[in-house]
Design a protein around this ligand. Structure first.
Ligand code: PLP
Length: 377
């Protein structure tokens, strides 16, 4: 069998057709009609009117911070359980991240920990400049609690929905909860442009300014005139064409990932100490990645033993994100709580979850995991 990857790109004929069309039209240079169309189509999916397509999710987070006036000396609260890009962007802005622990029901930012730190900061007389809430592994955070809490203290939320395009919370889509929200179209995400990202917002002024800053902040003049520092952060027209094809099949991709998750849930049922990431009551996860935890004190089996068994069968499986408060690069930063995310990291594993994963591949993976528990395949 060929190597099984965690979350490989999944392309179809439509993506090729649109890419060829973009190429043949000679709209190669940044921007062009596919970028505009991709923005409009993404806006329709997320039900948020303003979208700015960008070169990556990381660029989108960085620009969101810039738009909210985050700079040197500011503090930004960040979910500790995330990929490094979320916290790196805070550093690009010259600000300091303070990490906030997860809650067990969703693995996303814990509203109680957030309430605790906001109250503490208010009493100390200096509030954080922004809060970056991450929708981890395709599941929305608890926005029924997080949004009112942030509003009560007047601190804007940036929703990092890089992993959650296609997820819902109540009647709303992931990416509709932040003052500014961001998506990623990196190669491992639920849909991809090979590399790309987007910023979405209910506020037109944010996306307008993002467009200006992302194209080198050029003033309206015949010569090259600049009054502010700009960036080169826009998505190319070729990649936007691929993205349009991917958006057409987003709901199929979500359904395939959810089917993987349902399969694993059934196939791994009853193994002692093994649990999959819960799906919180408030919404529908895309299960971008299916994640499991194994309690060694119950099972006698470590996460590493399972990972190594999969790796030796040429199957890619990875530990859950190592929380930011445990990363050497952020060692000097404060963390509010931290034990929940650390605990998940210690015993958690991501299983191959791509939308092109075949039934016989899934069955092989589940068989190997069951084999680690001494169960027949
Ligand atoms: C992938 C990812 C990003 C970064 O997106 P890029 O497009 O790779 O820059 C940011 N945050 C999270 C949670 C991610 O998973």
């Amino acid at each position: 069998m060929p190597r099984i990857f965690l979350s490989p790109p999944h392309m179809g004929p439509r993506e090729r057709e649109l890419l060829t069309e973009a190429f043949d039209s000679n709209w190669i240079a940044p921007l062009g009609p596919h970028v505009d169309a991709f923005e409009a189509e993404l806006a329709a999916v997320v039900q948020v009117p303003n979208v700015c397509a960008l070169s990556s999710g990381t660029a989108a987070i960085h620009l969101a911070l810039v738009l909210l006036g985050v700079g040197v000396g500011d503090e930004v609260l960040v979910s500790t359980f995330t990929f490094a890009a979320t916290a790196n962007a805070v550093r690009y802005a010259g600000a300091t991240p303070t990490f906030v622990d997860s809650e067990l029901v969703s693995w996303n930012m814990c509203p109680d920990r957030l309430a605790e730190v906001l109250e503490r900061r208010k009493r100390a007389g200096k509030l954080p400049k922004a809060i970056i809430v991450v929708d981890l592994y395709g599941q929305c955070a608890d926005y029924d609690r997080l949004v009112p809490l942030a509003a009560m203290y007047g601190v804007p939320i940036i929703e990092d929905a890089a992993e959650a395009l296609g997820a819902t919370h109540g009647t709303r889509a992931a990416g509709s909860f932040g003052e500014i929200s961001v998506f990623s179209f990196n190669g491992n995400k639920i849909i991809t442009t090979s590399g790309g990202g987007a910023m979405v917002s209910l506020h037109r002024e944010h996306t307008d300014r993002a467009r200006f800053l992302a194209t080198q902040a050029r003033d309206a003049a015949p010569h090259y005139q600049h009054s502010q520092v700009g960036y080169n952060y826009r998505l190319s027209n070729l990649l936007a064409a691929v993205g349009r094809g991917q958006l057409e099949v987003l709901s199929d991709r979500v359904a395939a990932r959810r089917a993987n998750n349902a399969f694993y849930r059934e196939a791994l049922r009853g193994l002692p100490g093994l649990r999959l990431q819960p799906e919180a009551s408030w919404g529908t996860s895309t299960f971008w990645l299916t994640c499991m935890t194994v309690d060694e004190s119950v099972s006698g089996i470590t996460r590493e033993a399972i990972r190594e068994a999969l790796v030796s069968a040429d199957i890619e499986a990875r530990p859950l994100w190592k929380p930011m408060h445990l990363q050497p690069v952020f060692a000097s930063c404060e963390v509010i709580g931290g034990a929940v995310a650390s605990g998940l990291f210690e015993c958690g594993l991501c299983l191959p979850s791509g939308s092109s994963l075949r039934p016989e591949e899934r069955a092989e993976i589940a068989g190997i995991v069951r084999g680690c528990f001494g169960h027949s395949v």
